[in-house]
Each structure stands twice: as C-alpha cells, then as structure tokens.
Design a protein around this ligand. Structure first.
Ligand code: GLN
Length: 451
C-alpha cells in the first residue's frame, strides 16, 4: 500500500530521493514467512519505514541531498538502519533533505524541493522535509529523521506530524553523515505519539561504535505514550519562546493545548530562560565550525564527485579538490563552511567559537535551573506555519530564525518532541515539549495527553 501511495502522490510531493520497492517487498515477505512459521517478532515487524538520506544504507544510495555524494552507495548500514532491519521494518527508501541537513525548508536539496502535502505551494519544513512530508502524505506510517537544530521537530510542526529528537547520545550516530557532531541526533517521525515511542524504542540504545553514545537504559517511552497521565506533572511555559515574532494563531493553538493539560491535572507555570534568545546566534557559530571540519572529508579523493578543473592539463590534487568542492556543494553549504572556517581561524577563535561555547553553557544552565522547578518545558515548535516555497530562499537570516524555539535543546543535548495541535490559519501548528536529558519518557507522557 505504501509503494502504491508513493507511486500515486510522490510526483507532486517529492518526499523520496530513492525508492527501493524490491528490497522493501522482500523484507516484508521475509517477515510474513517468519510469522507464518510461528516466530515471535518485534512489535513493528512488517511496518514500512522511510529513512532520511543522511543515514547510510547498504544497497541504497546515500546522497545527503548533495551532488557531492550523487550515486554513492555506502558499504555499511548506519546503526539506526541496522536496528530497523533487525526489528523487521521494511525500508521503503531514502527521503529528501536540505543538502547535508543545512536548512529549514528542504529547498536546499540539490535534487529539488519537497512540497508540503497540506499545500504543495508551501515548504514542508527542513532539513528533514522529505521524512515529514512522506508521513503526512500517507506514503509511509513511519520515518526516521535527524535533528541538529530542529530538523525533525520543525518539519513535524509544518506538516502536522509527530517528531522527536531524543536525548543527545540516546540514539547512535554511527553511519549518520555528520553535519555538526555535537548537535546531531536521529529520531522518529510519525503520525501518532505512540508510533513515535515504538520507533524510538527500536532505534535507541547504547552503541559501542559511537563514542558519544550513552550507556544508560532507554527511557520507558512506550509505557509513557500508552499512559499519558499528566496529573501532578509540573509544566513550564518558556517565557522567551512564543511572544514577539510568533504568528498569533500559532500561539493561540499553543495556549489551547496548555489549557487541555491544565484540565488534565498538570500544574502549569511560566519559566524564564533568559539565554535562549541567544541560541540562534550561538548555534550559527558552533554548527558551522563543526560543519567546516566535518565536510573537509569531501576531498574528491575518497568518495563522491570528482571534477577536473577547466583548462588545467595536469591538475594537482588540490586543484581537483577545489574544482570538485565548487561543483559539488551548494551555496548554503559553502556559506557555512566559510563561516565556520572563519570562526575557527587563528585570532578569531576565542571571540567567535569560544564565546558561542560560553553561551551554550549558559543555555544548558537555564535548562538545569528550569528543570529544578518543573518536569518539562513547553513552547510552540516554530514561530509560524509553513511558508510559500521561495519566500525565505534569498534571506538566510529569516530562514535561520525559524529554528529559534528548537535550537536550545540541541545546544544543551536535551530531548524534544513536536506534535500537531490543530490548524493555524488553515495550516498545521506544532507544540513542543522539552525534558531533561534521559527523561525522554516525559515527552511522550505530555504528547499522549494532548493526542
Ligand atoms: N535549520 C537548521 C539549520 O539549518 C537545523 C538543521 C538541522 O537540524 N539539521 O542548520
């Protein structure tokens, strides 16, 4: 059914970069056969899943939305992908994304934009717009995304889907092509909170192949999603997120959801996190710094695109590298590599990267102080609903501000969930829940209470 649906609608949505019908059907048939033989299979066995094209997959290309990796088929599976396969989930294919996960609209994909199924003249959010749109358009019930500054949660808000960024270190980054290693985290994109918890359970857990992977037990996310009991739960509304710059109807849906939580017995207070307003500025130094280092590996020698420089008879390795990076990377990627290289350069390092790291610490302290008073924090996921395609393409700063509410969680490593809370001016609005590190289950408790 998923493959038929992809055939029917993906021409208009363009959520997928690659569909592996044969592989998915073979995996489904295998599950059927094992079930018929009486094998006791994991809960999600046989349920199809789509994977953001930034996670490596044996037998399927992994492009990261970039010309640089066009046609590259990885020789290994990301741990997340290996776990999906081991749990019997057929992998439908790879979903579209902003190039190397840089963007908030999926318009920075080298393979063309994804469109929002609610209104195909609008963006689906980004960078994981492909995963979110695939779920929203009923092409797949489940998808996996990655979130460096909001790329699971913000597209969730734009498309009316549930998106979860787990605690940093909760899900292995092995095989996740790195954008900013200290911020990147993979997580579920689904239609319901319980689906997200079930998928979370499949992909989470310690992995010795990722040095930042936590050894702690996976939080009881499924139980929380099944219960959804918020009575006595202390909920803090973040003062700094949701006022100026937020679309009034988005704020109105948020306020209504908060009322539902109060009605269900939660204690709601306002909590100030004064450093959050500097989150975007700090993020746009920390992230490009890491980008400039991580993307240095695309040197045209080891993998990916190799272009001969024009008019040079016997080009040096450096000339080939320069020509290939020029041809292989899009403008947004280049912008960030330049920004990051500058921020890390001798003489500027302390003023830029060093200051940003200090702000990062202040944001983590805001979270720590807040979580002494409350169990979870809440805010609208994004300031606005989905905007028209092209609207912010020439204005990077306006695009960056779409992540004002999601970025603090990445900087502090805490988990966050976005779920739909109705329509604002006719388009989906998202509600964000943030919890302390390793208390991911609380996200699902609040999410389930609102569903
Ligand atoms: N939109 C943010 C950025 O452009 C976040 C991206 C992400 O989470 N991958 O960096």
């Amino acid at each position: 059914a998923s493959l038929d649906r992809i055939d029917a609608v993906d021409g208009a949505v363009h959520a997928f970069l690659h569909v592996d019908a044969e592989g998915a059907l073979a995996a489904a048939a295998d599950v059927d056969a094992r079930r018929a033989a009486g094998e006791n299979l994991p809960t999600l066995a046989g349920i199809p899943v789509a994977v953001k094209d930034v996670l490596t997959t044996i037998g399927q290309p992994t492009t990261c939305g970039s010309r640089m990796l066009e046609g590259w088929v990885p020789p290994y599976d990301a741990t997340v992908v290996a776990r999906l396969r081991a749990a019997g989930l057929p992998i439908l294919g790879k979903t579209n994304m902003d190039e190397f996960a840089m963007g908030s609209s999926t318009e920075h994909s080298a393979y063309g934009a994804t469109r929002n199924p609610w209104d195909t003249t609008r963006i689906p959010g980004g960078s994981g717009g492909g995963s979110a749109a695939a779920v929203a358009a009923f092409e797949t019930p489940l998808a996996v995304g990655t979130d460096t500054g909001g790329s699971i949660r913000q597209p969730g808000a734009m498309t009316g889907t549930v998106g979860v960024k787990p605690t940093y270190g909760g899900v292995s980054r092995y095989g996740l092509v790195a954008m900013a290693s200290s911020l990147d985290q993979a997580g579920p994109v689904t239609r319901t909170v319980l689906d997200a918890a079930l998928l979370h359970e499949v992909i989470a857990g310690h992995d010795p192949r990722d040095s930042t992977s936590l050894k702690a037990a996976v939080p009881p996310v499924v139980e929380a999603a099944r219960t959804g009991d918020v009575s006595g739960l202390r909920i803090g509304i973040v003062t700094e997120l949701g006022g100026e710059g937020f679309q009034p109807e988005v704020r109105a849906r948020f306020d209504e959801a908060v009322e539902l939580l109060t009605g269900a017995g939660a204690e709601v207070v306002e909590v100030s996190c004064p450093s959050f307003v500097h989150g975007v500025a700090a993020y746009y130094l920390v992230m490009p710094s890491e980008v400039s280092s991580n993307l240095a590996k695309f040197d045209a020698m080891r993998y990916g695109l190799r272009v001969a420089p024009d008019g040079v008879e016997a080009p040096s390795a450096e000339q080939v590298m320069a020509a290939s990076r020029d041809a292989g990377f899009g403008d947004e990627v280049k912008r960030r590599i330049v920004l990051g290289t500058y921020a890390l350069s001798s003489g500027y390092y302390d003023a830029y990267y060093g200051s940003a790291q200090k702000v990062r610490t202040l944001i983590a302290r805001d979270f720590a102080a807040a979580f002494e008073q409350v169990d979870v924090l809440v805010s609208p996921t994004a300031p606005t609903t989905a905007w028209p395609l092209g609207e912010k393409l020439d204005d990077p700063l306006a695009m960056y501000l779409a992540d004002v509410a999601t970025i603090p969680a990445n900087l502090a490593g805490v988990p966050g969930l976005s779920l739909p809370v109705g329509l604002a001016d006719g388009l989906p609005a998202g509600f964000q829940v943030l919890a302390p590190a390793l208390a991911d289950d609380r996200l699902y408790t609040v999410g389930a209470a609102l569903e």
